[in-house]
Structures are given as structure tokens and as C-alpha cells.
Write a protein that binds this ligand. Structure first.
Ligand SMILES: Cc1ncc(COP(=O)(O)O)c(C=O)c1O
Length: 383
């Protein structure tokens, strides 16, 4: 049996999405910047897609910029906003549990004379609002906090952060990659100026993201060239990707309630059974304040990587942290930030459910996991 429980790393593309994308590979291949009718038809399609997306996000269509990924969107927002607003200040704030693409963008700016501070989180991974207020300086330009954490699924108090940012006249960016469709994104209500999304996290194509950018705020492009996206992101428009992302987002929200109910019931059943059958385990984060498809569990005395490999041999895909850090066996910065006892640091495994999972698969994983942990604990040198 093959079971995919790594839906926070990426999701299988929905066949309905693929169907909408296909004509843009086969017949409608005009370059959307071309003057002829094939180009202009696609140009109009892009505008329609932006309109449809902005309706869902409760934002403005003109503020949407299509990118190759959320990694690119986050790089554009953080570097672009800081570089364009030097006159306002040189300081920014990011939470201690951001995705590596936010952390690395921040670190790269240090070489250019910018400074930043990490906003701490509590043991559940929830942002400490007092620490946020304490770390704001007169020269703070931007606050960047993810709506949902990719490793432990924690939901952040985005609206409250938005209010603080507004009061202080600071720009606010929310990486909402893991929020779809669990949170009803509302750009106005959230008080965000910038937001990023990635299509492959909600059954859309890989290699497609978007940056929502408040056009009243100055921002410098990071990719320059042919002047696409009003000069903010050069490069030929990815028509199939844009159409696919739009369709995937529409489906994600139109089917939201049944989807969330389904993943929650599979996740809760798994947790109930695993907590009953395996001793000395611990849930990272908080069962209530997390998205409905995520569990991040520590198994005392066993390496998370060893569990992952054992399960993989049995046809089961899970992860130990974010897909981007799974290659380097460093302790997760998220697990470090929530203050886990160093003895358990490397024993966590992330299980993330999705649209195509079922109960039979969950029973199979429970059975394999119980045996794996039992077996690995026999050999464990970590006591
Ligand atoms: C919270 C978060 N931000 C950003 C990204 C990067 O997205 P992409 O794969 O589109 O580069 C990810 C991917 O895992 C993520 O989980």
C-alpha cells in the first residue's frame, strides 16, 4: 500500500485543475505580453484570474503578482520592501518560526546594512504579542509573520498583529502558504499589506506562487527584465500555472467545509489511536490552535529520521520538518524556538493529511508506526 501523509510539503494536483491547465500547453500558448490576438486573449485571462483570486482573498486584483513560488514571493516582499523604504528605516521583525525562505531573505539583508529581530513564540508556537510590541523600534519598517506554521500547524493571531502594525505605521506581511483552505483569508480584515501563497499546497501546480502587494507601498523588484507585472516581476507569464492556481484556489474554498471535516476526522482518529497504542509520545504545538490536517509528534528515544525511513520502506510518506530542511539533518529551528527538551529534539515526525486520504490508509499507517517505534526503541541508544 502507498500512503501519502506529507500534504504540507506538496499536494497531488487535482484532475479538475489539470484539465483547466491543459489548453494553455496545447493551443493557448500565446505570450501574454504579445500584441497579437493570442497574446491579448491570455492577457485578458490573467486579469480575470487576478479578479477571481482577489474576490477569494478579499483584496484588490491589481495587487496580485504571479511568481514562480512562495519562496520567490517571500524574497520579493521582504527584500523588495526593505530596499525600497530605506528612507523610512532599516529594521524589520520576523517570527522565530518562519519558513527558511523568510529567514534566509532576512539574513541576506544584513549584508546591506539592515537589521532584524526575531519575535519569540510560546511553547505552543504562538507568537508572543508582548515581545512583538517590545521589539518594535522607531526605524521598524516591516513585520513578517506566517499565518500557519508549516511544521507544527500553529495558527497565529494575524488580525491582532495587523492591528499593532497599523497603530505603529509598520507594514505587515503574512506568509499564508499553509493557511489554504483552513483559514478564511481576508486581506482587509487581517490588516495585511503583503501576503504570499503557493499553488502546490492546495492541489494546484508546483512552480506557481503569488505575492499580494499593497501598491501604495514602495517595493523594488528582485527579478528585472521585460517589465511584466508592472515592472515588479519580469519573466514570461506562466499561463497554465496561473490558470491552475486560480482553479485550485476556487476549488479549495468552495469545498472548504467538507474538506476540513474530512482531514480533521482522519487526523483525530489517528491521534486517538496512536496516543493509546504508543507510550511516551508528545504532541508538538497545540491540538486546538492548529490547522486540521497537521500532527507533529515526538517519539521519545527514537530519531524522527529513522521512523521516516522505516515508514518510507513500507510505502508511507511523512516528514520530519519542512521539506526544505529535510535534506540537512539539523535540528528544526521551529522545534528549537518552542523550547523542546534537547533530549527529544530530533524525535519529531510530521503527519499531514489531504484530500485523497482515507481511513483504510490511516489504519495501515497506525499499524506500521506502532511496529516501527517498538522496533527502533529496542535498538535505541537515546535513553
Ligand atoms: C510556510 C511556507 N512558506 C513558504 C514556503 C515555500 O513555498 P514554495 O514551495 O512555493 O517555494 C513553504 C513551503 O513549504 C511554506 O510551508
Amino acid at each position: 500500500m502507498q500512503v501519502y501523509l506529507d500534504n504540507s510539503a506538496t499536494t497531488k494536483i487535482d484532475k479538475r485543475v489539470l484539465k483547466k491547465m491543459r489548453p494553455y500547453f496545447e493551443d493557448k500558448y500565446g505570450n501574454a505580453s504579445s500584441i497579437h490576438f493570442m497574446g491579448q486573449e491570455n492577457n485578458i485571462k490573467i486579469a480575470r484570474c487576478k479578479k477571481e483570486i482577489s474576490k477569494i482573498l478579499k483584496g484588490m486584483a491589481d495587487n496580485i503578482i504571479f511568481t514562480s513560488s512562495a519562496t520567490e514571493a517571500n524574497n520579493l516582499i521582504i527584500k523588495g520592501v526593505m530596499r525600497a523604504n530605506r528612507g523610512k528605516g532599516n529594521h524589520f521583525l520576523i517570527s522565530a518560526i518562519e519558513h527558511p525562505c523568510v529567514l534566509s531573505s532576512g539574513r541576506e539583508l544584513l549584508d546591506e546594512g539592515f537589521t532584524f529581530d526575531y519575535i519569540s513564540v510560546d511553547e505552543r508556537g504562538i507568537l508572543d504579542l508582548k515581545d512583538l510590541k517590545k521589539k518594535i523600534k522607531p526605524e521598524t519598517v516591516l513585520i513578517s509573520v506566517m499565518a500557519v506554521n508549516n511544521e507544527i500547524g500553529t495558527i497565529q493571531p494575524i488580525e491582532e498583529i495587523g492591528k499593532i502594525a497599523k497603530e505603529k505605521g509598520i507594514y505587515f506581511h503574512a506568509d499564508a502558504v499553509q493557511a489554504v483552505p483552513y483559514l478564511k483569508i481576508n486581506i482587509k480584515k487581517w490588516g495585511v499589506d503583503f501576503l504570499s501563497l503557493s499553488a502546490h499546497k492546495f492541489y494546484g501546480p508546483q512552480g506557481m506562487g503569488l505575492a499580494y502587494v499593497n501598491r501604495d507601498i514602495k517595493i523594488k523588484p528582485i527579478i528585472v527584465g521585460g517589465g511584466q507585472e508592472d515592472g515588479l516581476r519580469a519573466g514570461t507569464y506562466n499561463m497554465a500555472g496561473i490558470v491552475g492556481m486560480t482553479e485550485a484556489l476556487k476549488l479549495a474554498y468552495s469545498e472548504r467545509s467538507e474538506y476540513v471535516k474530512k482531514v480533521k476526522s482522519l487526523r483525530d482518529y489517528f491521534w486517538k489511536e496512536v496516543a493509546k497504542k504508543i507510550k511516551n509520545i508528545r504532541l508538538n504545538g497545540d491540538l486546538k490552535n492548529r490547522v486540521e490536517n497537521n500532527l507533529n509528534i515526538m517519539f521519545e528515544g527514537v530519531e524522527g529520521e529513522a521512523i521516516l525511513i522505516d515508514l518510507s520502506v513500507a510505502g508511507i510518506c511523512v516528514s520530519t520538518g519542512s521539506a526544505c530542511s529535510a535534506q540537512n539533518l539539523k535540528v528544526s529551528s521551529v522545534i528549537t524556538a518552542i523550547g523542546i527538551d534537547p533530549r527529544y529534539m530530533n524525535s519529531n515526525v510530521r503527519f499531514t493529511w489531504g484530500r485523497y486520504n482515507n481511513k483504510k490508509e490511516v489504519d495501515y499507517v497506525i499499524n506500521k508506526l506502532v511496529k516501527t517505534v517498538e522496533r527502533l526503541r529496542k535498538f535505541s541508544v537515546i535513553k
